[in-house]
Ligand binder design. Structure first.
Ligand code: CDP
Ligand code: CDP
Length: 211
């Protein structure tokens, strides 16, 4: 039987860090579904196609190599922005959701993180977490991330981008970001990574005990 842990939340809430930690602790595979949307966006940008070319986007969603997605290659801020634009297209979503479900089904245990894992991709997951943090805290995290990678950044501009992306992700008609039914809320605004992991482990261990 395959066991899936569904983790959703807005940009820079800490869901990726938490997902990797959980996957490594329980020996599960991890899929960062944000990378699948980023891969489609990058394929369009590289091919010089407009981001609203739905046919090209669906073709990219069906064909890109899911085993070769690297966050460093897909990390650019513009790719994140472009990803949230291709993510509003229902045809792109259904092609990617099918591939994400395959990943979960083929794993003994899997952690998937994104925006619609608990609501759409794996609604029957025995553990669903909704990870969040205030926009100001999330902007500060991204800011420090950029500085620690040797880059330059403007915290105000990052906050404005985060608010814009939240609006797009939470306001779209197809699969908007929201807590799934039965999701446990983890607000990491005042939490260390370790504290968030401890909170998640309690929910997961309780679900595994009931299995
Ligand atoms: O995956 P998501 O965009 O939700 O966020 P992330 O990449 O996991 O976390 C964004 C940044 O916040 C990283 O630099 C984490 O180290 C940091 N973070 C934190 O400072 N405190 C937490 N409780 C969780 C993440
Ligand atoms: O790392 P960060 O949280 O900034 O973003 P990401 O997880 O890489 O996702 C990039 C964009 O893809 C998001 O802003 C969403 O618009 C979209 N996405 C989505 O619609 N559904 C998912 N399951 C994952 C990402």
């Amino acid at each position: 039987m395959s066991l899936t842990i569904a983790i959703d939340g807005p940009a820079a809430s800490g869901k990726g860090t938490l997902s990797r930690r959980i996957a490594s602790h329980y020996g599960y595979r991890h899929l960062d579904t944000g990378l699948t949307y980023r891969a489609v966006a990058k394929a369009l940008i590289d091919a010089g196609q407009p981001l609203d070319d739905e046919e090209a986007a669906i073709d990219a969603a069906r064909t890109f190599d899911i085993s070769d997605m690297r966050r460093d290659v897909l990390a650019a801020h513009e790719i994140g922005e472009a990803a949230s634009k291709v993510a509003v297209m229902p045809g792109v979503r259904s092609a990617l959701v099918a591939r994400q479900r395959d990943f979960a089904a083929q794993s003994r245990g899997a952690v998937l993180d994104g925006r619609d894992i608990g609501t759409v991709v794996c609604p029957d997951a025995p553990v669903k977490l909704y990870v969040t943090a205030s926009p100001e805290v999330r902007a500060r995290r991204r800011y420090h991330e950029i500085l620690s990678n040797g880059g330059e950044a403007d915290e105000e501009a990052i906050l404005a981008d985060i608010l814009k992306r939240d609006e797009r992700d939470m306001g779209r008609a197809d699969s908007p970001l929201k807590p799934a039914d039965g999701a446990h809320l983890i607000d990491t605004s005042e939490m260390t990574i370790e504290a968030a992991f401890r909170a998640a482990r309690e929910y997961i261990d309780a679900a595994l005990d009931n299995d």
